[in-house]
Design a binder for this molecule. Structure first.
Ligand SMILES: [Ca+2]
Ligand SMILES: [Ca+2]
Ligand SMILES: [Ca+2]
Ligand SMILES: [Ca+2]
Length: 284
């Protein structure tokens, strides 16, 4: 195996090695810390897919899904929501680019990701929620009741991010889209939430923690033509919540608290139909 220096080709994300091609008969695997040239016809991980066919050629049996279409499979992608950044993983913790909430601090790890290509074992899809065409579609005509709960390791430093579109709003009630962190214990459940809500004509981003809550008024948070990202960062003493509209327009708020260890991440929808593209959970 040859290790070569190659940079991602931003104009052609499917090109695994950009301008610096591997020698003839080899393909470049960019999933590792350093891109590697692999024999195209060999099967390094022995899972029956040749290196040329395998989106994770060094991770046996990985599902062949690639949400961001950068040639690196979701299961071995250091940032499954964006092509490799121009600057590499600066802190060397194998979480790269926009996926690393602490790019200068090692120790982050991707604990859950789904691009909703298939149902994931251990997840619970409530009534009205369905995986279809690479989206998770939540049709919740009434009060907020849907919840997709993803088991995560206990941590009080966790980032939960989700991409979604609004398909429709109910004609009555309060539409809301929420990311959730939860910890179930015998003495009761700790629930923390970050999301957007539309109360009459007022739209706002809001966060609640184990000890506090806060909100900020924004507009354009329920536009069916927009692409949204919700970002929820729980970090011990301070918890942040932001919604990004069409990759630029950010509304955010934060609240004290978040000291509890969370064991589940999830999504919630009320009085709306929302179409999620992916969910990413990164803990430290
Ligand atoms: Ca293989
Ligand atoms: Ca990828
Ligand atoms: Ca990193
Ligand atoms: Ca980091």
């Amino acid at each position: 195996m040859t290790t070569i220096a190659c940079s991602p080709d931003v104009e052609d994300p499917a090109d695994r090695c950009g301008e610096a091609a591997c020698p003839g008969g080899e393909v470049c695997d960019r999933s590792g810390a350093t891109p590697a040239c692999l024999d195209a016809t060999a099967d390094d991980d022995g899972d029956g897919l040749t290196n040329a066919e395998d989106l994770c050629p060094r991770l046996a049996g990985a599902p062949q899904f690639d949400k961001d279409a950068d040639g690196i499979g979701d299961a071995c992608d250091r940032c499954p929501i964006a092509p490799p950044a121009a600057t590499p993983d600066t802190d060397g913790d194998e979480v790269d680019g926009v996926c690393d909430p602490d790019p200068e601090l090692p120790g982050n790890r991707i604990v859950a990701f789904s691009g909703f290509r298939a149902a994931t074992p251990g997840w619970t899809l409530p009534a009205g929620w369905a995986i279809t065409g690479g989206d998770l579609v939540a049709t919740v005509p009434g009060v907020s009741a849907g919840l997709l709960a993803i088991p995560i390791v206990g941590t009080n430093h966790v980032a939960i991010e989700a991409s979604y579109r609004i398909d429709a709003l109910a004609t009555t009630g309060t539409p809301s889209i929420t990311t959730i962190a939860r910890d179930r214990r015998p003495a009761g459940t700790t629930l923390m939430q970050c999301g957007v809500a539309k109360i009459d004509t007022t739209e706002r981003v809001q966060v609640s923690t184990d000890v506090d809550s806060a909100n900020a008024v924004g507009m354009g948070l329920f536009d069916s033509a927009a692409l949204y990202r919700l970002g929820f960062l729980i970090d011990g003493g301070q918890t942040g919540c932001a919604v990004v509209v069409n990759a630029t327009n950010t509304k955010s708020t934060s609240a004290r608290g978040g000291g509890e260890q969370m064991t589940e991440a999830g999504l919630d929808v009320g009085n709306a139909t929302a179409r999620f593209q992916w969910i990413l959970v990164v803990a430290r």
